[in-house]
Design a protein around this ligand. Sequence first.
Ligand code: G3I
Length: 348
Amino acid sequence: MQRRYFVQLFILLLLFNSCKKENNTSCALNDALYSKADYPIGVAVEPYKLIFSTPYYNITASQFNRISPENCMKFEYIHPNQNQYYWDEMDSLVQFCKTYSKSIHGHTLIWHKQLPEWVLNFSGDESAWESLLKDHIQTIMLRYKQNIYSWDVVNEAFNEDGTLRNSIWRTKLGDRYIELAFQYAREADPNAKLFYNDYNLESNPNKRTAVLQYFDNMKNRGIEIDGIGMQMHVSLYSPDVNDIALSFQEITEHGYLLHISELDIAINIYKKLEYPSKEKFLQQADYLGKIVANYNQLNKQYQFGITFWGVSDADTWLVNFYNRPEYPLLFDNLYAPKSAYCKLLDVL
Ligand code: G3I
């Protein structure tokens, strides 16, 4: 299906969601979330939704001061053919962020998912793959060097058991693709903050230990990395807040900037069809409050910020991925504030 049909589907969903019930939250849309925080409060954004949805635009513009491109900077969209880049969506996001004085977190340069066919079928030798990796990273970073000051250089390179994922990058270049990516990124911008980004670092000590050992070793060999992005796709039922607090401590004690990079709190993992109760939304708010309270306890030099992975429950990736209704974010399907939003205002 062409992207334009996907956009039309989004508009239809907007109309459908407009008849959803209220989440009966306890506060009105208030001051900007970011005005309450000592660090950036971010959100993942699809540029086309800024065009087609006024509430999406207004909440993004008024509540958040850092933007992560949810998809439009990924390889398959921004570099669809070997000699062709598609800049329009990212350029429009850069313009939006300039208009509203927001920072942009570049997501993501190297990942094993959302790769275009030409990369998946690329038949060059190791040297040609090195050039492919370098050209992609540096072409994008050099274009946006004056507008983007932090990047997810590599995303999700580790398996849950702490071994390195057998991605196409590792197959073609060996383990060193990771350090090559960071070296090429540093070469492109000596001042940018360079991140490694992954999921389950808050819940899987084996994976977290392996990630820290790998990047500590890389740093000790003089290859620069500034921070770790903990995606934090969590649920009301796990992980325990104490485990999350421990993971925050561990990562910052190793000297990394800590970006909670893709926060959402699933509440419908049992795939119920009825709309969640007010109590469920209050539980979600309470859990969010504890996460943020622990983040606020960290040494401020490591607080890179908190980014939510979507503007409203109508925008979450979880619905398509798990094929279930889901309500993981700060605003409901009607773009009205939820108890989680109210709690966040209190704890920031
Ligand atoms: O662009 C196509 C469009 O042409 C087509 O009509 C439509 C319907 O099939 O699909 C569109 O692509 C979708 C794409 O999002 C853009 O909307 C893909 O099917 C869909 O799988 C893709 O999902 C994204 C997912 O990454 C891909 O793995 C989610 O929106 C995005 O939120 C999610 O984000 C990732 C982070 O980048 C990394 N961390 C995990 C996180 C969740 O997977």
